[in-house]
Write a protein that binds this ligand. Structure first.
Ligand SMILES: CC(C)(COP(=O)(O)OP(=O)(O)OC[C@H]1O[C@@H](n2cnc3c(N)ncnc32)[C@H](O)[C@@H]1OP(=O)(O)O)[C@@H](O)C(=O)NCCC(=O)NCCS
Length: 310
């Protein structure tokens, strides 16, 4: 049973529209914004949004408004987006999005206790998560450092790992022993950052500042993701993985994703005695201007700007 020291009223009404993946899948890439006149949420949300920089958890009126709005989303009376039955375009209720983002700013931190469950292990859990937003199901072992401002979705961080500030460890991501994760990194859902405990001189996996390692990637065996790199979903990067720049055909250092690049998993042809086969590799598709964020990082920036980092 999940006990929490703070609870919000949740209206128990049937959902007006299902929000399952099928319904949410865009039938068309384009979206239209449609708050005014369409949103069931009050216009005060937009006013709060305009002065969001001044808001804090001490603003009880604002908090109540936002909690009520998010309750409406929770109950299905409002939703963030839906496919327009006529045009198949995705309609976005910006006000609903704003309510969610405002909630990150307005709601105070709250402690949750997961039942009476006791962990038993040789290595205890860390007790140093001050300033870290850690959801139930996030597990950090003693000996791992998580800097204030990091965000842990239900995930696992093993002993010796270092996770710097502003970094999000997304759902079911694992940060293996001794892996080093820089600042403002996003480890996407299900990402596996390999651990290296033995031999003692083995190089751990390093993911440098501002990198984005997308869903279900595996970065293992001392592989390295350089600053600002975007590693596409499902990419496997081990220390011996070939890395090829598709613009030049050049073979880059193995096991390393270049800074400010966008990479995906690919294949390279290789001839064996038994014939020609495709072997996994990493393809460098694009180069990003140094210091720039990939478009797909925009949502992460919004979440961080509005208080996810505690
Ligand atoms: C890597 C990524 C960021 C590239 O995005 P992008 O720069 O907009 O590039 P595109 O989507 O235009 O893709 C470029 C090419 O790479 C291919 N590609 C994209 N992602 C790929 C992936 N993960 N693996 C293999 N190929 C991929 C595309 O099919 C496309 O090929 P084409 O040019 O022949 O059509 C993106 O595709 C990705 O992997 N996003 C993952 C999102 C995610 O995991 N979020 C975290 C949620 S927790």
């Amino acid at each position: 049973m999940l006990r929490t020291s703070r609870s919000y009223p949740v209206a128990r009404v049937p959902r007006r529209n299902s929000l399952d993946c099928g319904d949410m899948k865009p039938a068309s890439a384009s979206t239209v914004s449609a708050s005014a006149g369409v949103s069931p949420l009050p216009a005060e949300i937009d006013e709060l949004w305009v002065r969001r920089g001044e808001l804090s958890p001490a603003d009880s009126t604002a908090s109540e408004l936002v909690v009520a709005a998010v309750n409406k989303i929770d109950s299905g009376e409002a939703r963030v987006a839906w496919p327009d039955p006529g045009t198949a375009e995705i309609v976005v209720d910006e006000r609903a999005k704003r309510a969610i983002l405002l909630a990150f700013r307005l709601l105070p931190m709250a402690e949750s206790i997961v039942g009476e469950f006791r962990y038993h292990d040789r290595v205890p859990l860390t007790s140093r998560l001050d300033g870290v937003r850690a959801l139930p199901g996030s597990i950090v072992r003693w000996g791992a450092y998580i800097a204030p401002g990091a965000v842990l979705m239900p995930s696992f961080v093993n002993i010796g790992a270092y996770v710097d500030s502003g970094t999000m460890v997304d759902t079911w991501a694992t940060v293996g022993s001794c892996a080093q994760i820089g600042k403002n990194v996003h480890l996407g859902g299900g990402v596996g950052i390999g651990g290296v405990l033995e031999p003692p001189n083995a190089v751990p996996v390093v993911v440098e500042d501002e990198a984005m390692v997308m869903s279900r990637c595996m970065v293992v065996e001392g592989a390295r993701v350089r600053t600002g790199a975007v590693v596409g979903a499902g990419t496997i990067l081990a220390s011996s993985t070939h890395v090829i720049d598709v613009e030049t055909g050049e073979e880059l250092p193995r096991g390393e994703v270049p800074a400010w690049s966008v990479c995906v998993g690919g294949t390279r042809q290789r001839t064996f005695a038994g014939g020609e086969f495709g072997m996994p590799c990493v393809l460098v598709l694009k180069r990003l201007a140094e210091g720039s964020k990939h478009d797909k990082a925009a949502l992460n920036e919004i979440l961080r700007d509005h208080g996810v980092g505690t």
